[in-house]
Design a binder for this molecule. Structure first.
Ligand SMILES: Nc1ncnc2c1ncn2[C@@H]1O[C@H](COP(=O)(O)OP(=O)(O)OP(=O)(O)O)[C@@H](O)[C@H]1O
Ligand SMILES: Cc1cn([C@H]2C[C@H](O)[C@@H](COP(=O)(O)O)O2)c(=O)[nH]c1=O
Length: 195
């Protein structure tokens, strides 16, 4: 089962990845961008150096995704794979910029992934007051400093992207306590992972 955790910055993805590692120690845990050695270099170029061209940025995320699918997802396809972000983030963050049409993004991502998509997605959804509280509690990076309205717009696009891609999705209230969220994700793995 190829399961992906999605959500805006501070939604709790890393926290759930850590909790799931304890419950499923034999699973393959990965991420986008940066799930491979080449992907780590691409991640650094994207998030530290930065590129000015939106098309170049898009193609770099797509290159990371191609390498990730071929070097991590496909070799572990018969196992449980849990990824922090995926093609869903890829579509959502690009759509919110409105620089690309959804159909174009679907085509580009189908090319990049070879049609290999997550079997199931969990979207951790934050309401504005909790988002503001969590952002206030951390040093904000370039994306987070764009403010809550921008992040909430991305959050809406995450659900839209999952629908456009046809990926079965469960939206979970990210403000629930950590264990409750983990138990809901574990239930998905147990009930749908065998199918
Ligand atoms: N269920 C929860 N209830 C309350 N606080 C939480 C919950 N899950 C995570 N947090 C807290 O929210 C903050 C962000 O969590 P985390 O780093 O896991 O989010 P993230 O989605 O990985 O964020 P980013 O994408 O920015 O790395 C942390 O301080 C974490 O302790
Ligand atoms: C996969 C993917 C990610 N992004 C953005 C989303 C975040 O702002 C960063 C990744 O940071 P994280 O600490 O790993 O969550 O990159 C994107 O714009 N496009 C994508 O395809």
């Amino acid at each position: 089962m190829y399961l992906v955790l999605e959500g805006i910055d501070t939604a709790g993805k890393s926290t759930q990845m850590a909790a799931l590692r304890e419950r499923f120690p034999d699973a393959c845990f990965t991420k986008e961008p940066g799930g491979t050695p080449a992907g780590e270099r691409i991640r650094s170029l994207l998030l530290e150096t930065g590129v000015r061209s939106e098309r170049a940025e898009m193609l770099l995320f797509l290159a990371d995704r191609s390498e990730h699918i071929e070097e991590v997802v496909l070799p572990h396809r018969s196992e449980l794979i849990v990824s922090d972000r995926s093609v869903i983030s890829g579509m959502a963050y690009a759509m919110v910029k409105q620089a690309f049409e959804p159909d174009e993004l679907l085509h580009l991502n189908r090319f990049a992934t070879g049609g290999v998509l997550p079997d199931f997605a969990v979207v951790l959804k934050l309401e504005e007051p909790e988002l503001r509280r969590r952002l206030a509690g951390k040093e904000q990076d370039a994306i987070e400093s764009r403010g809550t309205e921008y992040l909430l717009a991305i959050q809406d696009e995450l659900e839209r992207a999952a629908r456009l891609l046809g990926i079965p999705t469960l939206v979970i209230d990210a403000a629930l306590d950590v264990d409750t969220i983990t138990e809901q994700i574990e239930e998905i793995i147990i009930t749908k992972g065998e199918s």
